[in-house]
Design a protein around this ligand. Structure first.
Ligand code: FAD
Length: 316
């Protein structure tokens, strides 16, 4: 089923998870060990992130360096198929503009379609670590909306080769990202919301939010979306804080605030095991309030902490 079909049929708030492909060279078993304990909660779907390649400098025998492109976490498409096969669960493949040209995107979409993966979350992706701003690859897309238009074209049997005869329609359900605390590059919230509305008007059927730690930010974002004419489901993205260093890493990486009440509790902790307890309680409190407010899905970024997520979902 597609994400939107599941949301429409659900009588209660659904639960979903998001995972990263394992690092190149690692076995998929690590992923199963991560997910097996979470499957008792019957997630409606599982998202698999996509990671662009990064440029690295490799030392040559003569002492000089050469620039090489390394994709550290390949496998998104294969993992989606493996998830569906192992757990009979719907998988959502993330697709990004960065590092792809349109032809490669089309090929990936054809693979997904043949594998029966009918859910995609279309994203722009970020600039590579050593570059200050996002630049599309030659022949690639600059914004998520352009990638989205490519997917909706294929849903209408329009491929890059326009003279294809009797081309089949794909049937992707398309989600996009939204930012309760504004995307960091947007000059203001109104502009960011106008671009989000453009993605929805172009065919996005739901929005998944960036993580947030203050539910009021989500509630006011949902209201601002309604005011801006965005009427699709807005799925809250949730993540536990499990170590002290995340107090600085999370705001720097994801451009979100950590409420003073939470940060001061974490600062008082002596060990990361203590932080995990605080983070878990906070996430449970957030989840209960969101569920009571009737959100369509609670979407958890599980990122290496399946036990914390299991403890939260168990207590909902
Ligand atoms: P866009 O919608 O393209 O927006 C990017 C910026 O451009 C925003 O500031 C927006 O306001 C502005 N903008 C949009 N359209 C236009 C336009 N037409 N003209 C001018 N400005 C415009 N990254 C990954 O690499 N892999 C992942 O798997 C991944 N998963 C994610 C999942 C979720 C739920 C979220 C919230 C983020 C994820 N990201 C992932 C990170 C994401 O790629 C970054 O946040 C990226 O910086 C923006 O992506 P976007 O799709 O929101 O971009």
């Amino acid at each position: 089923m597609t994400v939107i079909e599941q949301i429409k049929e659900a009588k209660d708030t659904l639960v979903s998870f998001e995972i990263l492909p394992p690092l190149k060279g690692k076995s998929i078993n690590a992923l199963w060990e991560h997910l097996d304990p979470l499957m008792e909660f019957k997630p409606a779907f599982i998202n698999v992130t996509y990671h662009r390649s990064e440029s690295m400098f490799k030392k040559k025998p003569d002492g000089t360096f050469e620039k090489v492109e390394v994709r550290k976490r390949p496998g998104t498409v294969g993992i989606c198929a493996a998830l569906m096969n192992r757990y009979k669960v719907d998988a959502v493949a993330h697709l990004i503009c960065g590092g792809f040209n349109k032809q490669e995107t089309e090929d990936a979409l054809i693979d997904l379609h043949f594998l029966g993966v009918n859910n995609v979350l279309v994203l722009r992706g970020d600039a590579p670590k050593n570059e200050s701003s996002f630049e599309p690859d030659p022949g690639g897309h600059r914004y998520a909306i352009e990638l989205l238009q490519q997917v909706t074209n294929m849903n209408n049997a329009i491929y890059l080769e326009e003279d294809l005869k009797n081309a089949v329609r794909t049937n992707f359900c398309i989600g996009v990202a939204g930012y309760p605390e504004k995307h960091f590059e947007a000059p203001n919230m109104q502009t960011d919301l106008a671009f989000l509305k453009a993605k929805v008007d172009a065919g996005a059927e739901y929005v998944v939010t960036q993580m947030f730690f203050d539910n009021q930010k989500y509630f006011s974002f949902v209201q601002s979306c309604k005011d801006a004419g965005i009427h699709v489901p807005i799925i809250p993205g949730l993540k536990p804080i499990t170590s002290k260093k995340q107090l600085t890493i999370i705001p720097r990486t994801f451009h979100v605030d950590i409420p003073e009440e939470l940060s001061s509790e974490i600062t008082k902790c002596k060990t990361d095991a203590d932080v995990e307890i605080v983070g878990q309680e906070w996430l449970l409190k957030q989840s209960k309030e969101l569920k009571a407010a009737g959100v369509p899905v609670l979407h958890y970024y599980t990122l290496g902490k399946p036990q914390v997520i299991a403890n939260v979902v168990k207590n909902l």
